[in-house]
Design a protein around this ligand. Structure first.
Ligand SMILES: [Zn+2]
Length: 645
């Protein structure tokens, strides 16, 4: 299921590079525009403080501090490019994130230290000479900015000559620093040294000068396609295992293009967009566009939706990808790159890379989730019967509206399958860490690969048993319903190895409203064709009835009924199921109770399964628990009352 071969990484890098190529042309990006962090400024910066130097006979001297409104069209003039962890940005343009004077000292004045260039030396001297004055003035100006605009104020420099003010982005020596420094970061890491030479570029195949640290260097735009172990040579074992990946040789052209592509991803295709967290990780959706002309459309739509909040789907609230692929089936593939941030966002660890996802498949996932969600058994009235009278909406909507925090968190209408999967493969102190399996299931579904039935069922019963053990009836019911929904979803998507839904036939509403025909109809409709499943399910129903009797007779709470502890911890098999039937019956008789219709159903299905019990013990336990949860689906309270009399 997990492919860590180098081929994977190559495909992903190729896709990012193609994207970068397109964006570069589309936005007419030169070197400078490619290298500055425009998006970061656009996002939060409203005001700019400029330290102005005036040209004099002797050189440049400090003149004043002026304040300007940030203008996105001037982004490449400020030459802002976030620096390494140690704090100095690539150029003397820095965001105030701490005290004003600290930013000035550490990011502006310090930048000019030990520089050879004559202009830089001159400015360094001026800064030193006028330090107190500049700091005082900066603070004063900063305080004059309205509070709501004080976030990420940019400090930069301007040089005035013959009455004309120039930004550093208009001065060759500064621009040159940006280009040189960026290129240097492609082959130089403080902790390792240099990695460059003559060779063949891994991406374009051309020979020439190649650089080894291009991938880790891409962290400049917020965080990069670097890996937690990058500074120690070699990359995360989850991603790349081949030795030659340790320092992937990439030429300067490809490196720059990758950088553009990576920036575009950060700005537009990084999910979840804001305050959400995707069950412990984040992800990029990287388009692999097969026909070039589609880029235009893709670009327009993606940038249009860039600030849309992630709410309902794996991709976005609006299924904009659907728009793109309409009538153009199979021309776009998506690569889902799941990762976690490390080192406070400095590095990323790639958790999983899922390639070749068809947008139409995403659409199918949405549609299928929708249809399962709307199935009869999950309707509001049925939830009220099975869970509680106060339930609102269908199962999923109810969880979102009135569910406990743990059930609501991360649940949305187009990704309930992800949330439910997480519920069965959690990461917690009590339930253990199942991150890998969670990712396995999600990526299998995304990439349309089958999931093993036994694997799923065993995860279901693990959690269900733990709820049983804790005598948490409410959770047990929710887990059973979640399991059933997830199961139906995977079967409907045709992804369950070892199980076929069979032809979907509309089951006619049977005439009889009696229990037996209702149960039979349910089995037909939801694909419970196997006699053993039906038998286990039926015994589960009967036991649930007994538990109900014990609750009402003895006033026990849910999970505290005496018979609760006779269920072998829900570790059941054929023999135990068959044995539970007479046990439950005799208990019922002790209470002088009976439910003849249900008893008939149970005998019938037990008899049918007599010769051929061909399901695993986990399955047996799972269907039994389902029967316990779903019994009320078939009962009219009136009928039940009649049986009790
Ligand atoms: Zn190349």
């Amino acid at each position: 299921m997990v492919n860590t071969k180098d081929r994977i990484g190559k495909k992903m890098l190729d896709a990012i590079k193609e994207l970068g190529d397109y964006v570069k042309k589309r936005e007419r990006l030169g070197d400078i525009e490619t290298f500055v962090d425009k998006a970061k400024l656009d996002k939060n910066t409203k005001q700019v403080l400029c330290i102005v130097f005036q040209h004099t006979e002797r050189g440049f001297s400090y003149k004043s501090i002026i304040q300007e409104e940030y203008d996105p069209r001037k982004a490449s003039l400020y030459l802002y490019r976030g620096g390494s962890s140690r704090g100095i940005d690539t150029l003397p343009s820095a965001l105030i994130t701490d005290k004003v004077e600290k930013t000035f000292r550490n990011k502006i004045a310090r930048w000019f230290k030990d520089k050879d260039e004559a202009l830089f030396r001159m400015i360094a001297e001026e800064l030193e000479k006028n330090r107190d004055k500049i700091e005082r003035k900066l603070i004063e100006r900063y305080k004059g900015i309205p509070k709501e605009e004080r976030r990420n104020v940019l400090i930069t420099l301007k040089l005035e000559e013959n009455g004309n003010e120039k930004y550093i982005g208009e001065i060759y020596v500064f621009k040159n620093v940006l280009v040189q420094d960026t290129v240097r970061s492609y082959y130089f890491l403080d902790s390792i040294g240099e990695s460059r030479g003559e060779g063949i570029c891994y991406l374009c195949g051309n020979s020439g000068e190649i650089y080894g640290f291009v991938l880790p260097s891409l962290r400049s735009s917020g965080f990069g396609l670097s890996f937690s172990t990058a500074d120690k040579r070699g990359f995360s074992p989850n991603f790349i295992q081949e030795n030659h990946w340790k320092e992937i040789p990439i030429c300067e052209y490809c490196a720059r293009t990758l950088e553009t592509g990576k920036r575009f991803l950060d700005d537009n295709l990084s999910f979840p967009k804001k305050r959400f967290n995707f069950f412990g990780c984040e992800y990029y959706v990287i388009p692999k566009i097969i026909f070039g002309e589609l880029f235009d459309e893709f670009y327009d739509i993606v940038t249009y939706y860039k600030d849309k909040e992630y709410v309902d789907g794996l991709l976005s609230e609006e299924d904009y990808l659907e728009e793109i692929v309409k009538d153009k089936e199979d021309v776009v593939r998506l690569i889902f790159l799941f990762y976690t941030q490390k080192g406070g966002g400095k590095y990323i660890d790639i958790v999983r890379c899922v390639e070749d996802v068809l947008p139409s498949w995403i659409k199918e996932m949405y549609d299928c989730q929708d249809s399962v969600k709307k199935m009869d058994i999950f309707r509001e009235d049925n939830m009220q019967k099975m869970i509680n009278k106060g339930w609102v909406g269908n199962f999923v909507d109810g969880l979102r509206l009135i569910g406990k925090n743990e059930d609501r968190k991360g649940l949305s209408k187009n990704n309930w399958f992800v949330k439910f999967t997480r519920d069965f493969f959690p990461s917690s102190k009590t339930e253990g860490t199942h991150d890998k399996y969670f990712m396995d299931v999600v990526s299998s579904i995304l990439s349309r690969k089958p999931i093993d039935k036994d694997f799923m069922i065993s995860a279901f019963v693990d959690r269900i048993r733990s709820a049983y053990k804790e005598r948490d009836g409410y959770r047990l019911k929710l887990l059973c319903l979640k399991a059933l929904m997830l199961y139906l979803f995977v079967v409907k998507m045709n992804l369950l190895r070892g199980e076929k839904m069979g032809e979907e036939k509309t089951v006619e509403e049977t005439e009889g409203e009696d229990l037996e025909s209702k149960v039979k109809q349910f089995f037909e409709e939801y694909g419970f064709h196997n006699p053993a499943k039906r038998a286990a399910f039926s015994v589960g129903m009967l036991v649930d009835y007994l538990l109900w009797v014990q609750r009402s007779e003895r006033g026990s709470g849910y999970g505290e009924e005496p018979f609760w502890s006779n269920l072998y911890g829900l570790i059941l098999d054929e023999k135990k199921i068959k044995g539970l039937f007479p046990k439950a019956l005799s208990k019922l008789r002790q209470y002088r109770k009976g439910y003849s219709a249900l008893e008939t159903v149970v005998s019938k299905y037990l008899a049918e399964a007599e010769q051929d019990w061909n399901i695993s013990n986990d399955e047996t336990s799972y269907y039994f628990a389902l029967g316990m949860t779903l019994r009320r689906l078939f009962s009219k309270n009136k009928e039940e009352k009649k049986e009790e009399e």
